[in-house]
Design a protein around this ligand. Structure first.
Ligand SMILES: NC(=O)c1ccc[n+]([C@@H]2O[C@H](COP(=O)([O-])OP(=O)(O)OC[C@H]3O[C@@H](n4cnc5c(N)ncnc54)[C@H](OP(=O)(O)O)[C@@H]3O)[C@@H](O)[C@H]2O)c1
Length: 263
């Protein structure tokens, strides 16, 4: 199968590429750091396509999807994974920061999907499926945390987009799924910390962490057997569901945790 992955130069996207290559998939790898993509392609035997892509640029998203189709003749799964965060209160998040976050996390997702859907809908079914859109959102899509409000808003928007798509695409043979990771050991935290005015939680304190390989393995299962939502940490799924049922109680708990962390 042919799988195109944005944000494949590091973290979850890179780990997913490694898992999928081992399973025999042909890959199209996208990110801004082309040299990292090419090094990964070399590690994976060299048969994959690397496309320098800034997902904040709609033309780059269209060119990435077109390059995937031109090289392999079809696109079975599009993984919209590229994303980043910073820690900032809602009041302190500037208009420029909002624009950048929305352009990458949400615009990058919607533009790649807009480019891929017509191709998927026109291609022959393979094992009953024409194609799959897999969006890497976050458990924070279900419940935001303080100082991650803007980031969580983009992740909730991605989840809404997948929820709408699932019903819009019913019966077409194209399916849509969302991956909702918890804290994952990747470059994500360092990138976020670099751009933040607040300090992130030190490792081990009140934080769930998983490896990128664990998240990638969950995504591979979701590519083989598509499901509406993929969660790699079930206790977090339960906690997120409870948080939506009891928002006031959750506010109180999060407020206490915040005071504890800030001493
Ligand atoms: N790590 C976590 O704790 C966690 C938890 C929940 C959800 N997630 C989500 O998981 C996804 C992957 O994050 P990660 O943890 O793997 O982070 P990461 O290690 O920092 O990797 C982020 C990837 O996104 C790419 N990227 C960032 N901006 C881009 C842009 N404008 N155009 C193209 N590619 C871009 C980066 O590549 P270049 O810099 O080379 O462009 C990199 O490959 C994100 O959507 C994130 O929101 C992460």
């Amino acid at each position: 199968m042919v799988v195109a992955i944005t944000g494949a130069s590091a973290g979850i996207g890179r780990a997913l590429a490694i898992e999928l290559a081992a399973a025999g998939a042909r890959l199209v790898l996208a990110a801004r750091r082309l040299e990292l993509l090419e090094a990964l392609n070399g590690e994976l035997g060299g048969g994959h396509l690397c496309v320098r892509t800034d997902v904040a640029q709609p033309a780059d998203c269209a060119a990435f999807v077109a390059a995937a189709h031109a090289r392999f003749g079809r696109l079975d799964t599009l993984v919209c994974n590229a994303g980043f965060a910073f820690l900032r209160s809602v009041a302190d998040t500037s208009a420029a920061e909002w624009r950048e976050l929305l352009a990458i996390n949400l615009g990058g997702t919607s533009e790649c999907i807009r480019a891929a859907l017509p191709l998927m809908l026109a291609q022959e079914r393979r094992q009953g499926c024409r194609g799959q859109i897999l969006v890497v959102s976050s458990c924070l899509a279900r419940r935001a945390l303080p100082d991650l409000g803007a980031y969580a808003a983009t992740k909730a928007a991605q989840l809404s987009l997948v929820e709408a798509l699932r019903v819009e695409l019913a019966g077409t043979g194209v399916v849509a799924s969302a991956m909702l990771p918890v804290g994952t050991d990747t470059e994500f935290k360092a990138v976020a910390q670099e751009r933040s005015t607040r300090t992130m939680l030190p490792p081990g304190r009140l934080e769930v962490r998983q490896s990128a390989a664990t998240v990638a393995a969950c995504m591979v299962r979701g590519i083989v057997h598509p499901a509406p939502e993929l969660w790699s940490h079930l206790p977090s799924r339960l906690a997120a569901s409870l948080a939506t049922l009891f928002p006031g109680l959750t506010d109180g708990v999060l407020g206490r945790v915040r005071r504890l962390v800030e001493g």
